[in-house]
Design a protein around this ligand. Structure first.
Ligand code: FRU
Length: 522
């Protein structure tokens, strides 16, 4: 390295020049954030270094999307939880900012929570002198002590760049050790703020309200009579139209369950029903659990607050991991990734209303170049074309509509190497799609990691796979978001083949596009 070859010169000018060259070369050789390490996703958010879990405080304010996240500034496993911070104009190209809210060592860690824009300074914490815009940002997080969990406020009067803890903290305390993860929103019908939080160990969602964000009153709670075990974490509550009809709306109560998910470990459950400002009443199918994702790695969701009404989208992100092995995933200097932002909607199916997720339309901007684009050809021809072209890539989007026409199984082999593959398949007879990472690469770090995750689909004649592969993550949106499967994978270098497969010679590719996606970091 240049650094060791440098000789000290008495000539001041040459010395200065050498110093400049040294700085330039050192930063070229040892950049602080390379974002190119093994398995580093290229268009998903990951922290520059150290451990990250839940997305927190997602909020849109003055042209910026804010992503805060559970962060350990001191190491690559969970601990010292603080709120890390990044901002973006499109939820994809993130700019890392310094830690927003650090732990108070010896007193409390800063657990998950939410952020809102206090548009009218109801809190009195906004210091703007602009009469037309008295707003500021307010974050509500759990101050987690050894034996207590209470809700604190922090506020920012400089677009989230610096944060001050409110001197009257805590603002909500139920005297419980497991009262956490407050999600606050403005409830227009009663012109008040509502907080949904959990009593995690009792698997209970609690509803509090407030007029100033500073004093909160407990009003109601929601729990299920089931015999389920584990904890409820990171709740969310929002209203969505069914089939886009503003006259027909439903409230969605989200609870992140730890453990108890269909694929094992942690996952996102939701209930549909009504909310009157103090109580949630579920009218979902009794005895049936509704899940947002059937992969193993989608957890601790948080939806954006204050997306302007002209946009009107409800968008959430989740952490792509599972508490079964989150501390053991094999990345070296950083650990944890956030999902793509996903737009949520409700759709009426023959068997009921379900939550549908689609990648935000902004994701189209990631497309760098088409690797393949075909329509209406036989599966056989498509397979041959891809083999001949050696179609490959580790940072790609695939959008395929396939008609199996008699095939027992049809789908894609991703990250294919000599002895590795991650399989996304459709088995029409069983009305099932699956994501199989049994032989996806390094699966040795946790016994719960390898395996096949399955989900039921409604139709057998066709399947649409809309896949976002990003080095070590796969998000598969099936049948326009009817089902989603999200998994981390750790393939070996060079395992980047993409193959279409079918168990029969019949079958049609109605459409198939594969794009190489660009990096948001370089
Ligand atoms: C969910 C969770 C939250 C908690 C946070 C701590 O993954 O356990 O309930 O606030 O992580 O990091």
């Amino acid at each position: 390295m240049v650094r060791h070859q440098m000789t000290i010169s008495c000539d001041l000018l040459r010395g200065a020049l050498a110093a400049l060259l040294f700085l330039a070369s050192a930063s070229a050789i040892l950049p602080l954030e390379t974002y190119n390490e093994a398995w580093r996703p290229q268009y998903h958010f990951t922290p520059p270094k150290n451990f990250m879990n839940d997305p927190n405080g997602l909020v849109f304010y003055k042209g910026e999307y804010h992503l805060f996240y559970q962060y350990n500034p001191q190491g690559t496993v969970w601990g010292h939880m603080s709120w890390g911070h990044a901002v973006s104009a499109d939820m994809l190209h993130w700019k890392n900012l310094p830690i927003a809210i650090p732990e108070e060592s010896g007193k409390f860690m800063v657990y998950s929570g939410s952020a809102v824009v206090d548009w009218h300074n109801f809190s009195g914490l906004c210091t703007s002198n602009d009469l037309r815009d008295p707003s500021c940002l307010v974050a509500i997080y759990t101050a987690a002590g050894t034996n207590s969990q209470r809700q604190n406020l922090a506020f920012s009067n400089d677009r989230g760049r610096s944060w001050t803890n409110y001197t009257g903290n805590p603002v909500a305390d139920l005297g419980q050790p497991d009262f956490r993860d407050p999600k606050v929103f403005w409830y227009e019908a009663r012109k008040k703020w509502v907080m949904v939080a959990v009593l995690a160990d009792e698997r209970k969602a609690v509803f509090l309200d407030s007029h100033d964000l500073k004093s909160w009153v407990l009003r109601g709670s929601f729990e299920t009579p089931g015999k389920e075990r584990g904890q409820w974490e990171c709740p969310d509550l929002f209203e969505l139209p069914v089939n886009g009809n503003p006259q027909k709306k439903k409230w969605v109560l989200v609870v992140n369950r730890n453990p108890g998910a269909p694929a094992g470990g942690t996952g996102v459950e939701y209930f549909l029903g009504g909310f009157d400002g103090t109580h949630f009443v579920s009218d979902g199918p009794s005895g049936q659990e509704l899940w947002a994702d059937y992969g193993k790695d989608f957890y601790a969701t948080n939806s954006f607050s204050d997306i302007p009404p002209v946009d009107g989208r409800r968008i959430w992100m989740g952490w792509i991991s599972n508490w079964q092995y989150a501390n053991r995933e094999p990345t070296a200097t950083w650990r944890g990734a956030q999902s793509l932002p996903r737009e949520l909607s409700l759709k009426q199916y023959s068997d009921g209303i379900r939550l549908v997720q689609r990648p935000v339309t902004e994701a189209k901007r990631l497309r760098q170049r088409a690797l393949l684009q075909v329509t209406n050809i036989s599966v056989l021809k498509a397979i041959q074309t891809m083999l001949a072209a050696k179609t490959s890539g580790d940072s790609v989007e695939i959008d395929a509509e396939l008609a199996p026409e008699g095939a027992k199984e049809i789908g894609f082999r991703l990250c294919k190497g000599a002895s590795e593959e991650t399989v996304l398949g459709f088995i029409p007879e069983q009305k099932e799609v699956f994501l199989d990472r049994t032989r996806s690469g390094d699966v040795s770090f946790a016994p719960e990691f390898p395996g096949r995750q399955r989900a039921a689909v409604r139709q057998i004649s066709r399947v649409r796979f809309h896949v976002f592969l990003d080095r070590s993550s796969v998000e598969a949106f099936v049948n326009d978001g009817e089902v989603v499967l999200t998994d981390r994978i750790y393939p070996s270098p060079g395992s980047d083949g993409i193959e279409l497969y079918s168990t029969a010679r019949s079958g049609k590719v109605i459409s198939l596009s594969i794009w190489k996606l660009g990096s948001v970091w370089h």
